[in-house]
Design a protein around this ligand. Sequence first.
Ligand code: GLY
Length: 342
Amino acid sequence: MLNLELNTSSGLSRIHVSESMENLKNIVDPSMTILLVDENVLNFHNNKLEGFKHITIPEGEKSKSIENYSRIFAKLLEIGVDRSWRIVGIGGGVTTDLAGFVASTYFRGIAFGFVSTTLLGQVDASIGGKNGINFEGYKNLLGVIRQPEFVICDIDTLKSLPLVEFTDGFAEIIKYGFIKNPEISDFLEDNIEAAFNQDREVLKKIVYESIKVKVNIVQSDERELGERKILNFGHTFAHAIEKLHGLSHGQSVSLGMILATRMSASLGLIHSNVVDKLTLILEKTGLPVKADLDPNNMAETMLKDKKKAGDILQFILLEAEGKAIVHKLKLADLKKILNDLC
Ligand code: GLY
């Protein structure tokens, strides 16, 4: 097992990479813990969670709705959960975002932890303390930053993931390589077959090294006032692509990173061989690198994104492979650049 600690003003989070979900009963008291569990995880791993009470979370983004949030509170009251209990979210990003937000608002905040069961969740969503739900079409509009006491990243649960969901995680892993630590993408490139064959040691290393990058960034800027912004590399484009084209998060981030990297090259910040390198590794993992995107729709949708400030948009661009910067752009300039890129 590999352990990491994320220590911030909102709390200490202990991250256990390659711990088994079965060990949850040794970390928390089952009689004072309520699990919020993704329905698919429950189907595959029910036997590992014996002795716990649980609430089932339907799969998909729709579970991060205000209706589902209030349904869970009603259940917590019915079960008799009070402030001395603990909530554990078990599943991917949807379940952990929701569980963290429920726990942070119930009785003004009770203790919580996560068992992260998807690759995307393990390297990104479950780490860093962003908890929230969607509202009126805005993703994570209602939320808090509060660290889970622990995060278990159970590598064995990745075996039961559908291929599309497993592949999605590689977009965020490659992101860490290009914004901070090129060794991650180099290692992935050399071990891609092993990763897709569920080689435990390879996956453990990739997950651990990715989390290490995120932990260091969040530790230095938990509230995203500066450095944490670089974790949004490719994401301003991706949120618009996700909305307009209904692609998965990982697929959208893949296309978003291509656009951001091409933008960096067209502004003269990097050599075009960085674009080629990124394209190659994304292609190798089966993530998309090309799509038919409408520049005007993209620009308007991006402007509606919650990170907007007037008609200025913030983009994370690359100055080198492994070095990301924040770049501000006016809507008119963005439209011009998008016309060239799309
Ligand atoms: N997913 C980006 C962040 O946690 O800041």
